[in-house]
Ligand binder design. Sequence first.
Ligand SMILES: [Zn+2]
Length: 1079
Amino acid sequence: MVTIWQHVPTLSTTRHERAKKVLSNAKLRLLRPKQCLYLSQTQRTFITRAKLAAMFRHTKAVLEKLRHVRLKCRQLPQRQRSTAAKEKALHYNAGQQIHSFTVKEVVAVPDLFLTAVKLTHDKTGAQYLHAARDDPNNLFSVQFRTTPMDSTGVPHILEHTVLCGSKKYPCRDPFFKMLNRSLSTFMNAFTASDYTMYPFSTQNEKDFQNLLSVYLDAVFFPCLREQDFWQEGWRLENENPTDASSPLVFKGVVFNEMKGAFSDNESVYGQHLQNKLYPDHTYSVVSGGEPLAIPDLTWEQLKQFHATHYHPSNARFFTYGDLPLEQHLKQIDVEALSKFDRIDPNTQIPPQPHWTSPREDHVTCSPDPMAPDPSRQNTLCVSYMLGDITDTFEAFTLSLLSSLMTSGPNAPFYKALIEPKIGTDFSSVVGYDGSTKEASFSIGLQGMAEADSEKVKNIIHQTICDIVLKGFEDERIEALLHKLEIQMKHQSTNFGLSLASYIASLWNHDGDPVELLQINNSVTKFRQALKENPRFLQDKVQHYFKENTHRLTLSMSPDDSYLENQARAEKEKLQEKISALSDGDKKEIYEKGLQLLDAQSKTQDASCLPALKVSDIAPTIPITPVLMSSAEGVPVQFCEQPTNGLVYFRAMCSLNTLPEDLKLYVPLFCSVVTKMGCGSLDYRQQAQQMELRTGGMSVSPQVISDCSSLEMFEQGVLLSSSCLDRNVPHMFQLWRDIFNSPHFDDEERLRVLVMMSAQELSNGISYSGHMYAVTRASRHLTPAGDLHETFDGMEQVRFMKRIAEMSDLTQVIRMLPRIKKHVLNPDNMRCAINATPQQVSESAAHVESFMKDVAAKRKHFKAVRPNIIQRPLDVLSDSGPSRKLVNDPDFQPCYMKTFFQLPFPVNFVSESVRTVPYNHEHYASLCVLARMMTAKFLHGEIREKGGAYGGGAKMGGGVFSFYSYRDPNSVQTLSAFRRGVEWAKLGQFSQQDIDEAKLSVFSSVDSPVAPSSKGLSVFLSGLTDEMKQRHRERLFAVTHANLLDAAERYLCAGHKTCGVAILGPENDCIKKDPSWVVK
Ligand SMILES: [Zn+2]
């Protein structure tokens, strides 16, 4: 169940990357060390695949020489790729003493390319796990078992408050300040149901030590000032703090964050389900805080909770990467652990007593106006308590079993629940969940009619009986194990973080994290168990599902007065608090409010904090060599990478010839084209083949702004897939069938996909509201912005809702082959392959034969828009193949203020301003300005003073956007944006402020790129390494005067160059103002 609260929102860049999924769905994704890279140009010669490998070798040799000539500046201080860290760690011995720690166990985990070293701290008993891996993106995390017994949100408020200043670093808010003083690749803090975790990662050794020092001091020696508690937790304060006569209201960051979190029906449901399935201990309360229980927490209780839970004896430390372990141990011992003695933290969670009979319960939620079918908004699911998660093999088996039962169109529950279209999708909580001491499995539907409740319960029961009887096909089990193999081989850029979250729950309950990492042992044991007992899985289903009396059936239905009731309850709570106040108390509240405002407004001295310098940033970028070739006239880019035996294929297909009336249907087309069957395969067989042979195949719409002109953009769809090298022919066979004979005519299948997609979009708004606001605000500023709204904005959400409501989809079905004809057309495409050198030439052969087979379908259509500009794909060759961009020289930006009224208690606010494209000389200044305004002004105004969960400014696609996230304010935040501009124009910022903003820009510019994604920016956007290097040099060169000039020139927006959008609840102020378009 998703009950993890993050300190800073993960502001997703697409609607699909929802913030809440960051940790909860932590799948094991792997990373291999960053390569030493060679300088390259894309090659001008088009060559045959036979010569490819030789060419690569030659190119590298030439370019290697070139590098020294061309890049006179110093190179990135990259550690050599080696197996040194992993091997060195193997030399530790059990019993060995290192810096007050004792080594308990050393285990090589070859499947994950790491060595695990388990230790304990002698004096305090603190536990420690180090994963030595030759990956420079080092990670640290410390987690505490935090087991609240009420819903005041004490662990969550504590998580916020410890980051507000500590003994050695007493300045306000060192966490946010460090964001700008470091090159971290990740910094955050998480409150789960039963633990609190503080992770960071960085590729820089000095930075690691700096951040470690700040994190250790924060968690072990925080100031926990009363003022921090008011700001982060809750407080009573005059609505306008400077006006003693304005009414008293509740304020506080966590208070608002949780109000926002519970505005989402999926979170409400998940929280209730967990609370009611484990009713006897800590899982029965809301660790994040129930908005109306939060005001019962006192500052004293907060400090007490810290003293008992944030102790080394209750701590688990995890480090990961290629930095030496000894250094970490020494620093952790000296700066923190040596100052403590051992205690018995007594934080164990007792087993949940098993029920002797099943239970049923019901809850209500707010109606969803975006629901695909307003008459069907009920959720019902059955949740089963399973065994203890510290039994690693049992947990492994149950999680595989869960996938077999629910995942994909071949799963029995998919067939029984989804395909009859009783609901729009599975319930938001579905499948195996190992985030509590005893795991659970849940199955049910959302978007269903209340009248169907009995039917759904019967189907669930019947399906379980059927599984016990029939079991699973061998091929499905193989497909699942294949998927696991791919997940272990695929390299992500945040492997350390994935590991930390993967082991967190089991370790929290004293399970063995090293055993959990040895995934292949579990696979072997699993195969053995199946061999010995063919009914192995069926027996589990019988035991854990059919005969399990600890199960809860929970239904949820919308209540029209839900929000009203909530508002009334809050009002009552407020009255209760206020009526207990004397005049003296009120005076004190007013004064404290002023003090807090004063503290928040003061310029703060952060000089106690460690910091990297701009000179610590590498002056040049590592260069990614790519090679251009062609297959049957279709351009193909090759990028050699250490992909661990996986081959990654992408193809970009242009939309330039697609008639305008079909544009709105493109996202729908993308989401169904790989899921309706192709060639001789029906959709079930297709799904099976995709699971057995690939790591997934997907298609997504693309709007790519040009680097040089705001009037130009490329429009297309991107095909992506990956597979193990042995399966390359199978992967291309699947694409071949999709190109040559996709199936579109199964209306029933289409309806299932449409419902699921509409439901997903509707659920996503409360997570990605700021993205929808930014997209809408930018809509009328550039031609690309307009199409972006069509594909990814509120317009698309509403369109999908309309489609989902249609009783007859034949009209939609007629559109799909029309789109296919234009899009899946070799006349309009280019491809890219990322693979190891050995696999590159082999893959080239398969691309070529694939192209040959689909070339017969090649059709030449005329572009719909008259102005098409060609940009060479190969920067050195104007005559070679090109990207075809739409140019709209007559485009007139226009001003528009849009308000979407939605049933949320919080707002998402955005203002966007048209500026300049990537290659423009002022672009770098605007990037630095956005970071500086965020850190030095907007964060303070919007989060600290305003009480929003997040807010700031960012540059992207030639547009400068202000945004706020889960914001109690609406139009007031717009004036905060404007005051931010005034602040920037005054120029009262220091060189230190500028340098910090630059560090922050560089930490995202230099964030690691996975081998599977190397070379993609040039492939997709034509963004060459030379352009990136020029941008980099401009970033370094940005001065105080440049920032003033950028603010003056671009942000004092004239009415034609900016747009505004707000998503939020009914708003009187906006209603009265005719300048707003209300949707
Ligand atoms: Zn939080």
